[in-house]
Ligand binder design. Structure first.
Ligand code: F0G
Length: 458
């Protein structure tokens, strides 16, 4: 008999979570103005809002917390992080920041000015926010296939190199750098192939531009390259990661994902001049250059996390859990962005709640329904997240209207996944009866999804 796949860790510490009743959830959801971000986490049974900062650190990471050096300048922990970044990513220069968007803020303060255009494969919302806040344009050049959830492609997060070349031919003078987001979160946790990365590098070289990697889930991307791209099957994850970053000038990192820490991030670059310019902004916005918003103990845990997060056994356990949830949904016929992503399953809310008009936010509606059904919290990746157009102030309706179920690293078991799938099936079975969604009562001009207030359409 073939042995089944099993997790490459055992559990040493647990955190109790609490079930609730439907009546309780109805009240809590209404009190939160139907914004899932506004729920107390105690009101959530299984929390798939994000995989960011929600993972379980290893015993080795926890032990490193005790060894943190909290010196203001020149801390040992800073040098531990520096060594990990050099060894794993091969960057000589780096700046710690408190998380990924802080890294974007610091780096973009150096690189982006009003009127610039930044082409990339589906800029993440904070990335887009930091670009648009500077009155620049985030130009999406992701392949068109990413917009059809039912097309199964190994590298659905790729740039369309033709679109990129055309954009460069037209706007090169306004482009400070090309962005590569690995994995492509917005398109469904979909990876970018090494072939595509090389293609982006070639175009950047032709126009003498830099390539910046948004690296939140770079290790998951490397796992997909190893398991899906010809020629990489016998390479280690660390070898693949090294090659990926050989094509980058700089990176921003939200370490809360693939470095498996609860808080932290960084910028890394090969260019001394860029580093020196970024130092000033880091000191202003984050902290002195050897801690940048992180405590020494957290820098230690991050250094270990970078190493553990780029080990095949860990990644295989993680990504197979996401796949497991995907297979359950296949059994029930529930449509999601194919293939299953690295960190999450993205339910196609337009297909599930086809009776809810786009203007009434089907993905948000599905998220609320799933929460009411079983206390499972996902997050809308659709029109609310897309914000209004910065110029016309009209709502933007992206092609994809998704409910993301992001799976924290090393946190839940497959029994939890079974419950999530069953809860979704219950909602799916009564989908035809769900005909009304929500309207916005109150919103902020940028990144409104975090704080938006909604009410049910009557
Ligand atoms: N880039 C990507 C691709 C991300 O997914 C995120 C965060 C960031 C940058 C910003 O990093 O949160 O540390 O400031 N994504 C989280 C998510 C919030 O839920 O997907 P941060």
């Amino acid at each position: 008999m073939n042995l089944p796949f099993a997790e490459s860790f055992k559990i040493k510490m647990v955190e109790p979570i609490r079930r609730s009743t439907r009546e309780e959830r109805e009240k809590w959801m209404k009190d939160a103005n139907y914004n899932l971000f506004k729920l107390k986490s105690d009101y959530v049974f299984i929390d798939l809002l994000t995989d960011s900062g929600t993972g379980a650190m290893s015993d080795k990471q926890w032990s490193e917390l005790m060894l943190g050096d909290e010196s203001y300048a020149g801390a040992r922990s800073y040098y531990n992080m520096k060594e990990a970044i050099k060894t794993i990513l091969n960057f000589d220069y780096f700046l710690p920041t408190h998380q990924g968007r802080a890294a974007e803020n610091v780096l973009f303060s150096v690189l982006i000015k009003e009127g610039d255009i930044i082409p990339g494969n589906s800029h993440f919302d904070t990335t887009k926010g930091h670009i648009e806040f500077r009155k620049a344009i985030a130009l999406d050049v992701t392949i068109d296939e990413a917009k059809d959830t039912q097309i199964d492609l190994p590298f659905k997060g790729n740039h369309d190199l033709k679109k990129l070349e055309d954009a460069m031919a037209k706007h090169a003078d306004k482009v400070p750098f090309i962005l590569v987001t690995v994995t492509n979160n917005t398109a469904g946790g979909q990876p970018v192939s090494m072939e595509c990365i090389k293609g982006v590098r070639a175009i950047a070289d032709k126009y003498k531009k830099m390539v910046v990697f948004d690296s939140a889930r770079f290790a998951e991307n490397a796992y997909f390259i190893k398991t899906r791209e010809k020629g990489y099957e016998n390479k280690t994850i660390k070898e693949i990661v090294k090659e990926m970053y050989s094509y980058a000038d700089a990176m921003t990192m939200s370490a809360k994902k693939d470095a498996i820490v609860n808080m932290g991030g960084f910028i890394a670059t090969k260019h001394q001049d860029l580093f020196e310019k970024a130092c000033m902004f880091n000191i202003m916005f984050e902290g002195y250059i050897t801690y940048g918003g992180m405590s020494g103990r957290d820098m230690n845990a991050l250094a270990v996390g970078l190493d553990e997060g780029t080990e095949f056994e860990y990644l295989e356990t993680r990504i197979k859990q996401v796949e497991y949830l995907g297979k359950k949904l296949d059994e029930y016929g529930i449509p999601y962005q194919r293939p299953a992503g690295g960190h999450a399953i993205f339910i196609d809310a337009k297909k599930v709640l086809s009776n809810v008009p786009r203007e009434q936010f089907p993905a948000q509606t599905l998220g609320v329904e799933l929460y009411l059904e079983a206390g499972v919290r996902g997050v809308e990746i659709g029109a609310i997240l897309a914000d209004r157009d910065p110029v016309t102030r009209e709502n933007r309706f992206p092609e994809l209207e998704l409910l993301r179920l992001a799976i924290p690293r090393r946190t839940y078991t497959n029994n939890h996944m079974d419950l999530v799938a069953a809860a979704l099936k219950n909602v799916y079975d009564r989908r035809d009866a769900i005909t009304k969604g929500f309207t916005i009562v109150k919103e902020q001009p940028i990144m409104r999804h975090f704080t938006v207030d909604l009410e049910r359409v009557k």
